[in-house]
Design a protein around this ligand. Structure first.
Ligand SMILES: [Zn+2]
Length: 259
């Protein structure tokens, strides 16, 4: 029986175990998240290779008796040295890794999950500090799709009307995206940014909807060309945070200060 396995893998998290070993969580294109142990002290070359956000070909030995995996080699293809150079890059990269871990690697769509996470880290590696947040939001938006949670944003989930280009939508976790009239906005007159939010609904204005529709099929590397004004940025953050927090049952710590 074959007990040696090869994966396309990305290091999500490492945790020292005992004096010289390290537990590692990988996202793999073949099996989603796997945990494996690296044996060897701080000076081991393998240990240096198996560092967060490195991506490459992973070789693992599976010990059937102990039901545990041992890393036998890791051929790193992407090092992402730039992620350590800027705080904005590293905190966005940690948010990506934490989100992947919280959703168990993408719920079955492992190959797409691996591609999306890898492309996001590549883009962050070279990003200006101001672009890191849009790269993270782009990742989270694509991640809602990988998890099968992405709501349509151009049509009302209640009356099915199609939004006009300059119209706002309202999001509620229980009802989806609603047009202003279904959201009950008209009852509040023209104070459109205020009333429904107090009923637990989140505003998704035309700028935020346009950005989400435009970037969803674009590669992360071109995002700096698609800027978001401040209110739209806030709306996109609230919207994505609401969708994912409700799926995870909590607001993730790795999003602190970002969403
Ligand atoms: Zn409607």
């Amino acid at each position: 029986m074959n007990r040696n396995f090869t994966y396309s893998a990305l290091v999500l998290r490492t945790k020292n175990s005992g004096e010289s070993n390290r537990n590692v969580w990988f996202l793999t294109a073949e099996e989603g998240i796997i945990q494996a142990t690296v044996y060897g002290g701080p000076k081991s070359k393998l240990r240096a290779h198996v560092s967060p956000f490195n991506r490459g070909i992973l070789y693992v030995y599976f010990d059937q008796m102990r039901s545990s995996r041992k890393v036998t080699d890791f051929d790193v293809r992407f090092w992402h040295p730039g992620l350590r150079e800027l705080y904005e890059r590293s905190s966005a990269a940690s948010a990506v890794a934490g989100t992947v871990l919280a959703s168990h690697g993408g719920g079955g769509n492992w190959e797409s999950a691996f591609t999306v996470a890898g492309n996001t880290l590549n883009a962050l590696d070279a990003a200006e500090s101001s672009a890191c947040i849009s790269i993270l939001l782009h990742f989270l938006w694509n991640w809602t799709d990988i998890l099968g949670l992405r709501p349509g944003i151009n049509r009302c989930d209640s009356c099915n009307c199609e939004f006009l280009q300059e119209q706002s939508g309202w999001y509620s976790g229980s009802e989806g995206i609603l047009c202003p009239s279904c959201a009950g906005q008209e009852a509040y007159g023209r104070q459109k940014d205020r009333a429904p939010e107090s009923d637990g609904m989140l505003l998704l204005g035309p700028g935020a909807r346009r950005w989400l529709s435009t970037v969803q099929d674009l590669p992360a590397a071109v995002l700096p060309r698609y800027t978001l004004d401040k209110p739209s940025l806030r709306q996109v953050k609230n919207f994505l945070s609401a969708i994912l927090s409700s799926a995870f049952g909590t607001q993730l710590n790795v999003w602190d200060g970002l969403l």
